[in-house]
Design a protein around this ligand. Sequence first.
Ligand SMILES: Nc1ncnc2c1ncn2[C@@H]1O[C@H](COP(=O)(O)OP(=O)(O)O)[C@@H](O)[C@H]1O
Ligand SMILES: [Mg+2]
Length: 382
Amino acid sequence: MIVSHLSLKNWKNFRTVDVPLRSRVFLAGPNASGKSNFLDVFRFLRDIVKRGGGLQQAVAERGGLSQIRCLAARNEPAVEIEAGLAEASGQPPLWRYAVGIQQSRGEASSRLVYERIWNHDGQILDRPDDSDAKDPMRLTQTHLEQISANETFRELARFFDSVSYLHLVPQLVRNPRAFAGPGIPGDPFGQSFLERVASTPPKTRRSRLSKIEKALVSAVPQLKELTDTKDEAGAPHLEAIYEHWRPRGAKQREDQFSDGTLRLIALLWSLLESQSLLLLEEPELSLNAAIIRILPAIIHRLQGKHKRQVLISTHSAELLSDQGIGGEEIFILTPTEEGTKVEVASTIQEVRDLLEIGFTPAEAVIPRTTPQLGAQRWLFDA
Ligand SMILES: Nc1ncnc2c1ncn2[C@@H]1O[C@H](COP(=O)(O)OP(=O)(O)O)[C@@H](O)[C@H]1O
Ligand SMILES: [Mg+2]
């Protein structure tokens, strides 16, 4: 299943959003335009349903509803999220989840203004209901988070629970033990990547590493025979033959891989690791331009037969230079005084025209995400 539709009201720096989503989406926008905030909607839904989570916890982890609610919300008190899920993009929705959350002055916790669920047979949840009217405290929890209440829509809860978020930090992947403190749930920064590889059953592990090696052939052709190993102390490592100037190559461990190579391997592993929605923060970091350009194609290939959904934040022109990226796969985030606007690139006539005559997505889209730069280019050309 994928998220095929998203509507937002007053979520962080977005006043209103209403977009269809494909199985691969690139969020293009300048710094602080809200790319991470957009991804955070799905992490928020996950935080509501995860074990030990819940609505109150998810709100508290973000500093309270006053931090979540859009500063440009004016007199609209509620933060609203609606997500539609479908088998694949372009298919009719199987599920629709809608929630409105509010916290008035003087109230100790945030509460639901509404919670509604539809499946293909129609609406199956409509809160507040009679029980909520009798006991308003109930509105501090969603039914989504309650096992005793979510039996008929557990598939929906599971979907949100399985969302993963990745913002890989090569130093953490490389030196997991150098950083004390408890691991972070979901391992967003890749700290337990090597452990995860080591604890995967051998057959799956070998199959994934071999897929990664194949995917890397064009990006890092010198890297061969990617395998896992353990050192004398039992700590897990990755190993590969690195064919350089030595004719038969030399074995290297991941601590000798470049930041980019290591980050890329961890990213590709995560893509193969599950079938659920993956949120990817700026995959271009520490990679060289030549590799960034082929990354969308690699991601597309590793999304698998059923096209696992991947939402990718980026501000890399190289990443968007792949002609295989369609205008309907790119969201352009434009900050305005009324909050950030989110547009599907293919709905903008001018972008469509440019793509039609052979411009790359980057050439068609990037000038719109960096207005000043666009203007400078005009000056330069004149
Ligand atoms: N509740 C809110 N209302 C308005 N703006 C917000 C709110 N919360 C965060 N922001 C703004 O969102 C911006 C950060 O967005 P972020 O998603 O980190 O951008 P990006 O990932 O594109 O660099 C900051 O400028 C911050 O002030
Ligand atoms: Mg960001």
